[in-house]
Design a protein around this ligand. Structure first.
Ligand code: FMN
Length: 399
């Protein structure tokens, strides 16, 4: 009898992903930068927070539903956009279907392997993510395309600084998959027959292009072509962010905020929400875990805009902790990528079920009837856990 396809934790999904994926693909998902300190802290910090459960007075019915930027969600978990290729032939469409089946929002990266039209068809509650790359005309055209496909919000991810190199080595990824690349990848891919077979059945090989960045009448750039354009684009100012928000004209989430002063500037330029995030530990290493920075940012802007969090969420209990410290919802990255690698669409559904179940247990054990009742009183927060990054006060002349 074959192994039960169902898995009981995200850690088990990750073990299976490691087993099934070629090591280059697995390594690209682990990612992280430099020492991997932020990567580890994102998950480790959640374990430092303790629950304060109640013994009696539990509720038989619990409501986990919420809204994120005005869009309904069965529970407060959003699929975070990830520009990854080659995990599964159905890629982001499989993820979008899983999210739709579980009633949650799909975040689609503009660096993704599937076109926004197919993804939004699979899940009408799709948020489209963009970086600041290319000309304003090109960005307008990409926004227009996402809007026409039915995307309900724009996610602007701006926390990237092209830091390369990690102590455990970076996987070699070809620019495009041709015969030469196949030959050089063979030692890596052939020991993973299951992954090879999933693609072979579809008659396709991962082509590593970015269809959402295809100019009208042109060809979709390769992943590295798109990355090159991004590197050469002058970084945005706050005025550019304002332009982007106005050009989009609908709900707008700024992803990648770590500082209180940035959160306030985001409010000033009119965003609808922010995600406290360090790009899953892939940006500047030694940035503290997003959960440590969340409380001070919520205190500063939580009454004005929706504050989300991403980074390190692997359990439903982590979702409960983020909500208790003021997040409206969390976004998940690697958790669903491990599920996708382990079992395609069903694997992503499995991960969402794990998170939902764990969140429900936490809400039950903490004696609440709704996720909206979670509060800091539900947690033991160790001294020094919460960190605040803000601009120093301007010191005026004395006297
Ligand atoms: C392999 C990989 C690719 C990613 N690609 C993108 C991307 O294209 N756009 C984006 O906004 N964030 C991207 N991210 C960041 C995620 O959206 C998210 O912030 C991060 O994964 C959250 O941390 P977690 O993986 O611990 O949940 C990527 C993350 C990973 C691991």
């Amino acid at each position: 009898m074959g192994r039960n396809p169902w898995f009981e934790s995200v850690a088990e999904a990750q073990r299976r992903a490691k087993k099934y994926l070629p090591s280059t693909v697995y390594g690209a998902l682990v990612a992280g930068s430099e020492r991997g300190r932020t990567l580890d802290d994102n998950t480790g910090a959640f374990a430092e927070l303790g629950f304060a459960p109640r013994v009696v007075g539990h509720h038989a019915q619990r409501d986990l539903s919420t809204t994120v930027l005005g869009v309904e969600s069965a529970f407060p978990v959003v699929i975070s956009p990830t520009g990854v290729q080659a995990v599964h032939p159905d890629g982001e469409v499989a993820v979008a279907r899983a999210a739709a089946n579980r009633g949650v929002i799909m975040g689609l990266s503009s660096f993704a392997s599937k076109p926004v039209e197919e993804v939004a068809e699979a899940n009408p509650n799709t948020f489209y993510q963009m970086y600041w790359t290319g000309t304003r005309d090109a960005m307008s055209q990409r926004m227009e395309r996402a809007r026409a496909a039915g995307a309900k919000a724009l996610i602007a991810t701006l926390d990237w600084s092209f830091s390369h190199g990690r102590d455990w080595g970076s996987p070699a990824i070809p620019d495009k998959i041709d015969l030469k690349a196949m030959v050089s990848l063979a030692p890596n891919v052939l020991p993973r027959p299951r992954w090879l077979w999933t693609f072979a059945k579809t008659g396709r090989i991962p082509d590593l292009t970015t269809p959402n960045l295809q100019p009208p009448g042109g060809k979709a750039p390769t992943f590295f072509g798109a990355y090159g354009e991004w590197m050469q684009t002058a970084p945005p100012t706050w005025d550019d962010v304002k332009w982007m928000r106005e050009e989009w004209g609908g709900p707008f989430l700024l992803k990648g905020v770590s500082r209180v002063d940035d959160a306030k500037r985001a409010v000033d330029v009119g965003v609808s929400g922010i995600s406290v995030s360090n790009h899953g530990g892939n940006n500047l290493d030694t940035t503290p875990a997003s959960i440590r920075l969340l409380p001070s940012i919520v205190e500063a802007v939580g009454d004005e805009i929706e504050v989300l969090l991403d980074g390190g969420v692997r359990r439903g209990g982590d979702v409960a902790k983020a909500l208790a410290l003021g997040a409206r919802a969390v976004l998940i990255g690697r958790a669903y990528l491990w599920g996708l690698a382990a079992g395609g669409q069903a694997g992503v559904e499995n991960v969402l079920d794990i998170l939902r179940g764990g969140l429900d247990s936490a809400v039950l054990g903490l004696g609440h009837s709704s996720v909206h009742e979670l509060s800091p009183d539900d947690l033991f927060v160790p001294d020094g856990f919460t960190l605040t990054a803000r601009a120093p006060r301007t010191v005026g002349p004395v006297g």
